[in-house]
Design a protein around this ligand. Structure first.
Ligand code: NAD
Ligand code: WQD
Length: 337
């Protein structure tokens, strides 16, 4: 089994992935600067998995801590989650986003190169496709210019890592293009803790369900979709986490670069999500139709055949399970606040 450096490992997707790596018998070393997460997540990961984790509080921009980690541990591969991820904020603070998500990433890749670690799984996003011409969207769909700096940082990282693989034949890179990760760990111990006003749909719906906000603002109902609201491929974060374990196994046994979609292959509308949430919380969730949100696309969902054939992975959980686990986590969070 391998020892994996997980950058951003106390974050939403990283924490769930650590649990799945540990349950697949890998050892886990986390590097996180706790900008968007809390250190007690480490204990929760250990509690769920019954295994211990080595945690370094630090930044991917800091060479000293990177060298320390690669010297103190025999790292076989890196899963790189650490990034800033708020689309709107990236339009206000482009330099901070490029510095952290591109500069920080290159710094990490250089440290890997210095220490002879050549296997990396990178958190990319379906945002690289923009509005695809055809859905379900396969990995060979054209990459389109992003509408915001956050999305551009994903495109740049994909390019940087592809160039690295072209130059260095012993590197192995997985570009995992996540669709819309939602849900939480069924234990209720791990999930997405919204920071300020949530941009993403499910944390916002959850706060309305809890009575913390008045109504869901539905960004447009005049799209060319079955009910006019935006359609996305929501994927349970536990499924997504498991996909990383398969991707890692693939990367440890192959060289070169592979881009793989991680989604369910099924599209749900904004109203579908609200109605699914109503079922688990047991009451109506008020919403109002608003103008379209700038930069939004009408619909995207994944062609998941490559993940299945290449990685032997497909998502198991449906929308009902995603919202049930999200609700369980949010209720617990609310009780403890
Ligand atoms: P998150 O904010 O919960 O986790 C990211 C973690 O990285 C946080 O714990 C944060 O403290 C840490 N971090 C940020 N900058 C750092 C730095 N310079 N050094 C060390 N640690 C740093 O986000 P998430 O939702 O878990 O996303 C994980 C990855 O997946 C990100 O790269 C994100 O862009 C990507 N992604 C997320 C989604 C989504 O909808 N959540 C979709 C597609 C791609
Ligand atoms: C989903 C749908 C909205 C909020 C974004 C990023 C992407 C990736 C995932 C992270 C859309 C609608 C939303 C609300 C709404 N990011 N909506 N009211 O836009 O598909 O993707 O998050 O790394 O890069 O762009 O996700 O959850 O924001 O929106 O009506 O309050 O819900 O219009 O149709 P999106 P989302």
């Amino acid at each position: 089994m391998a020892t994996i450096l997980v950058t951003g490992g106390t974050g939403f997707i990283g924490s769930h992935t650590c649990v799945e790596l540990l349950s697949a018998n890998h050892d886990v070393v986390i590097l996180d600067n706790l900008y968007n997460s809390k250190e007690d997540v480490v204990k929760r990961i250990e509690q769920i998995s019954g295994r211990s984790v080595r945690f370094y509080k630090g930044d991917i921009l800091d060479d000293t801590i990177l060298d320390q980690i690669f010297t103190e541990n025999t790292i076989d591969a890196v899963i790189h989650f650490a990034a800033l991820k708020a689309v709107g904020e990236s339009m206000e603070k482009p330099l901070e986003y490029y510095h952290n998500n591109v500069g920080g990433a290159v710094n990490l890749y250089l440290a890997m190169q210095r220490h002879g670690v050549h296997t990396i799984v990178f958190s990319s996003s379906a945002t690289v496709y923009g509005q695809p011409k055809k859905v379900p969207c396969a990995e060979d769909a054209p990459i389109q210019e992003a509408t915001n700096p956050y999305g551009t940082t994903k495109i740049y990282n994909e390019k940087i890592l592809s160039d690295l693989c072209a130059a260095k034949k012993d590197f192995s890179v997985m570009l995992l293009r996540y669709f819309n990760p939602i849900g939480a760990h069924p234990s209720g111990l791990l999930g997405e803790v919204p920071n300020g006003v949530p941009n993403n749909l499910t944390p916002y719906v959850a706060q309305v369900a809890l009575g913390q906000r008045e109504f869901v603002r539905v960004w447009g109902n005049d799209y060319d979709t079955p009910d006019g609201t935006g359609v996305r491929d929501y994927i349970h974060v536990v499924d997504l986490a498991k996909g990383h374990v398969n991707a890692l196994d693939y990367a440890l046994h192959h060289h070169g670069v592979q881009a793989v979609n991680l989604g369910t292959g099924v599209g749900y509308s904004v109203l579908d999500v609200i109605h699914a949430y109503e079922k688990v919380c047991g009451h109506k969730i008020p919403y109002q139709i608003m103008e379209r949100r700038g930069g939004d696309i009408a619909e995207n969902y994944a062609d998941v055949s490559k993940a299945k054939t290449l990685l032997g992975w497909s998502a198991q959980y449906d929308l009902n399970q995603m919202v049930a686990d999200s609700w369980h986590f949010m209720e617990k969070l609310n009780e403890n606040q």
